[in-house]
Design a protein around this ligand. Structure first.
Ligand code: NAP
Length: 315
């Protein structure tokens, strides 16, 4: 059988790109200097598309791929995929859930520790030679503090398990109450009001855009720290910068931003903010597992006619 043609719309690591190149006729749309030319020449043959979790896929691109059968996302978040459009054309969409859950939860806990215990600031303090002159600041005990989780899914639950092991209390919100040992708080403002750490772990996309707004931040208040390991789009970043500048909230630990890799300049100089470059799943082991699953979804579709991890909206 001839190799299916696929288009790649994001930069991929070699451990995914090379196995794909061995089994598929790959067209690198991301790197192509003449993108319209590539679509004109190859678009009619393309049957698969590989993109990153943060890649936005416009419907105009998909219009140029009339034989497209599957989008395989290298990531669990698929807020960049026009799901309704894909449903209307019968295009399958797969992602890489579960294999990255532990790593992303670790980052959330790391951000809680780095903000609460001031580890990043204290590291700067030592490196600047300040310890020679004075003692370190006192920080915040984590045990007994309240963690509010927006989105108690796979990652949210892994965060809950970890912070419970630290002796922290857990409550959550989402669209549904779940059969779990943690307390459900139906609305986000109330959850923020009772949280010392508000952790964002829900999907991005239109349904959650700017859900953490000025009102939620006001409810979180000066006792509270915002942790976001999910998507920058979920937090109103302008409101967040204002809340940090005014001391409306205590601080923030952020792995994701609205316009990555661009970060509001004001945040770069704030001492009460810890910033990471979207590294939730960025370990060698997990990225390999994500790459394997991303390709396995394509392979399963083109050899057996089903995908392994179809997104729930299309199941
Ligand atoms: P998941 O298992 O699908 O969990 C998502 C949770 O969010 C569910 O508990 C869901 O509960 C809740 N939710 C969904 N829509 C919501 C809405 N409109 N309002 C409030 N809550 C909502 O997903 P996951 O595997 O845990 O991943 C979560 C997100 O983490 C991904 O979508 C991705 O964007 C992000 N992520 C980030 C990184 C990183 O590198 N920083 C890495 C991986 C994933 P209900 O259905 O009850 O609402």
């Amino acid at each position: 059988m001839s190799q299916p043609d696929i288009v790649i719309t994001a930069p991929l690591p070699p451990f995914l790109r090379d196995p794909l190149a061995a089994d598929y006729r790959c067209h690198d749309y991301h790197a192509a200097a003449d993108k319209p030319g590539l679509l004109a020449a190859e678009g009619a043959r393309i049957r698969g598309l590989v993109q990153g979790g943060g890649t936005a896929t416009p419907t105009a691109l998909l219009d140029a791929l009339p034989k497209l059968e599957i989008i395989s996302v290298f990531g669990v978040g698929y807020d960049g995929v026009p799901v309704d459009y894909c449903r209307s054309r019968g295009i399958k969409v797969s992602n890489t859930p579960d294999v990255l859950t532990d790593d992303v939860a670790d980052v959330a806990v790391g951000l809680i520790m780095m903000t609460g215990r001031g580890f990043v600031r204290l590291n700067r303090f030592v490196r600047a030679g300040e310890w020679e002159r004075r003692g370190p600041e006192l920080t915040t005990r984590l045990a007994g503090k309240r963690v509010g989780i927006l989105g108690l899914g796979r990652i949210g639950k892994a965060i809950a398990t970890r912070v419970r092991a630290l002796g922290m209390e857990v409550a959550y919100t989402g669209r549904n109450r779940q059969d779990v040992a943690y307390r459900f708080v139906p609305d986000l403002v109330s959850l923020a009001a009772e949280s010392d750490f508000l952790v964002v772990a829900s999907p991005g996309g239109d349904a959650t855009r700017n859900m953490v707004d000025a009102g939620v931040l006001a409810a979180l208040g000066s006792k509270g720290t915002l942790i976001n390991i999910a998507r920058g789009s979920i937090v109103d970043e302008v409101a967040l910068v204002a809340a940090l500048q005014k001391g409306t909230i205590n601080g923030a630990g952020l792995d994701v931003f609205a316009d990555e890799p661009h970060i509001p300049a004001a945040m770069l100089t704030m001492d009460n903010v810890v910033l990471l470059p979207h590294v939730g799943s960025a370990t060698r082991e997990t990225r390999q597992a994500m790459g394997d699953l991303c390709k396995a979804n394509l392979d399963a579709w083109f050899t057996k006619g089903h995908v392994l991890t179809l997104i729930p909206e299309l199941a």
